[in-house]
Design a protein around this ligand. Structure first.
Ligand code: HEM
Length: 512
């Protein structure tokens, strides 16, 4: 009798597991994406690929890239216990379909909003539909061609000449190693705050490079913890921690509080100034920033704040990450840097005092930036969520609710897209025409093969501004300084919300 009871109780203890496994078994046996079953990690009933996902959790980028290379259509299915079914693709036809052809069926979706909602609120990065459309118009208008020129003449030139170059000069004279990634991040933060908020937080000062910058740390903490939410093997864990206000979730709440305070203070001060300027009938440059325009148009405070936080996130780490990897790659390929120096000498400013027209001529430099981002894209992957059942151009069946991820990091490493030498840094692959030793035209690989700026209706509206900024900064540094990494080891690419170099990029700077 005792044995029977023991048997029954053992069976009962397995019952929840058996019940849990039924949906997974059904999916495994009859799931609509069955033709992808050999394209992706080994999956088991009930747990899916949880074991291999866990084993590869520290090298997800390369794990996905290897599987995508082996997949006949460069698309894989990741299905694991505790997480949403995810289709990852490096196939340009699929990417075009998701980002443009059937855009409305692939919004960011609630699962994305859940992860980033506490931090980004209703900011452009985190909304779909009408809310997105409204902010998109504001942002695109802000970054039109006329304002781009004004940006170079008034903000970029000023920040480079008064801040960045003096800091580089001090580093060259002082002879001590500086973290170039940190320096560029601070520079980009100051810049994007001036453009979006019309406020200069002055985070880049040579004397203060070692000093903590609480607002930068708050942004780092918030984006880091949100990215880890997205990559967590079990989403329930961070939700419970948030409910209990514990550990990383408590730190996230505190960091968001600091960020809100920072933006709110600036916006209130702006309101006060604008009101007083309006009373006196004055028009000033700093009213050209987006926050001022939104305040002047009477937009809601919370809406202004959310838009600002998204913009700061967009402009802050992306360009600095791209430039950091470019300087690293140049240090490994001196001949590419020599070619850049030749181009910079050959193309001078002439009457163009701000250098804006000159930037358009620096095509080898642009090829180097594109090639660097092909290998180390600032946004390594990006996901949408399917609204309804669908089928991608390669035949992959998508179910309503699936996460669909396009993957610029993997795309830059596909032999089918870039050939045998895909792992090599070769800016010449971007050059289409050379005349008397100068690059006259570049190839356009199209946004679905080179998807680092996303594509379609949600393509990055800051793309031109980013190129202008990166060209201006790299040219200004390369013309004056030589950069040598302190540790010649291969750095590690960390793909959080925006990718960066683990432990920074320590360099020695000397005058040319
Ligand atoms: C190398 C630099 C940059 C890269 C690689 C880049 C890439 C991207 C990518 C991949 C997205 C889509 C992200 C998503 O939907 O989750 C995006 C969106 C966006 N980017 Fe950029 N970006 C760069 C620089 C900038 C800059 C400098 C700004 C402006 C200051 C900017 C503003 C935006 C905005 C506002 C969005 C949201 C667009 C929307 O949802 O409609 N970006 N960017």
């Amino acid at each position: 009798m005792g044995t029977l009871i023991m048997c029954i109780s053992s069976l009962l203890s397995f019952l929840p597991l058996l019940l849990l496994s039924i949906p997974t078994l059904i999916q495994w046996r009859f799931g609509p994406a069955r033709h992808l079953q050999n394209s992706g990690p080994i999956s088991y009933p009930m747990i899916g690929c949880l074991i291999s996902f866990y084993k590869n959790r520290r090298r997800l980028l390369d794990w996905y890239t290897d599987m995508l290379s082996a997949s006949p259509s460069q698309t894989i299915l990741i299905s694991r216990l505790g997480a949403r079914r995810t289709i990852v693709t490096a196939n340009p036809r699929n990417v075009e379909y998701i980002l443009k052809t059937n855009f409305t069926n692939f919004p960011k979706g609630k699962p994305f909003t859940d992860i980033l909602g506490d931090f980004l609120g209703n900011g452009i990065f985190n909304v779909d539909g009408d809310k997105w459309c409204h902010q998109r118009k504001l942002v695109v208008h802000q970054f039109n061609a006329t304002s781009l020129r004004a940006y170079v003449e008034k903000v970029l030139k000023d920040e480079v000449e008064k801040k960045l170059l003096p800091v580089m000069e001090s580093a060259a004279v002082g002879g001590r190693a500086v973290d170039l990634q940190e320096l560029l991040r601070r520079f980009a933060f100051d810049l994007v705050c001036r453009v979006s908020l019309g406020y200069n937080p002055c985070c880049l000062e040579y004397d203060c490079l070692d000093a903590r910058q609480p607002i930068l740390e708050a942004f780092d903490t918030a984006s880091d913890i949100c990215a880890r939410r997205g990559a967590a093997p079990l989403a329930a864990v961070w939700k419970i921690k948030r409910f209990m206000d514990y550990g990383s979730e408590k730190r996230l709440r505190e960091a968001i509080g600091k960020i809100h305070l920072f933006v709110d203070d600036i916006v209130s001060e702006k309101k006060r100034k604008i009101m007083s300027c309006c009373e006196k009938g004055e028009e000033r440059w700093d009213e050209m920033d987006l926050a001022s325009k939104m305040v002047r148009d009477g937009m809601d405070d919370e809406f202004v704040r959310d838009t600002m936080i998204s913009l700061i996130m967009a402009g802050r780490d992306t360009t600095s990450a791209a430039m950091t990897w470019l300087f690293y790659l140049l240090s490994c390929h001196p001949h590419v840097g020599n070619e850049m120096a030749r181009e910079l000498t050959a193309i001078q400013c002439g009457d163009d005092a701000s250098g804006f027209e000159r930037l358009k001529e620096l095509r080898w430099l642009k090829a180097c930036i594109c090639e660097s981002m092909r290998l180390f894209p600032p946004v390594a992957w990006d996901s949408k969520h399917a609204m309804s059942n669908d089928e991608l151009p390669d035949g992959t069946k998508v179910r309503a609710g699936d996460r669909v991820t396009y993957f610029p990091y993997g795309m830059g490493r596909m032999k089918s897209l870039w050939g045998e030498d895909r792992f090599e840094f070769k800016p010449e692959r971007w050059v289409s025409e050379v005349e008397r030793g100068r690059v006259k035209a570049l190839k356009n690989y199209g946004p679905y093969k080179f998807s680092v700026f996303q594509a379609g209706p949600r393509a990055c509206p800051g793309k031109e501004m980013a190129f202008v900024q990166m060209k201006y900064v790299v040219a200004s540094i390369m013309e004056r300084f030589a950069i040598r990494p302190v540790i010649p080891d291969r750095p590690i690419f960390v793909p959080l919300l925006t990718a960066h170099m683990a432990r920074g990029f320590k360099v020695l700077v000397s005058r040319r």
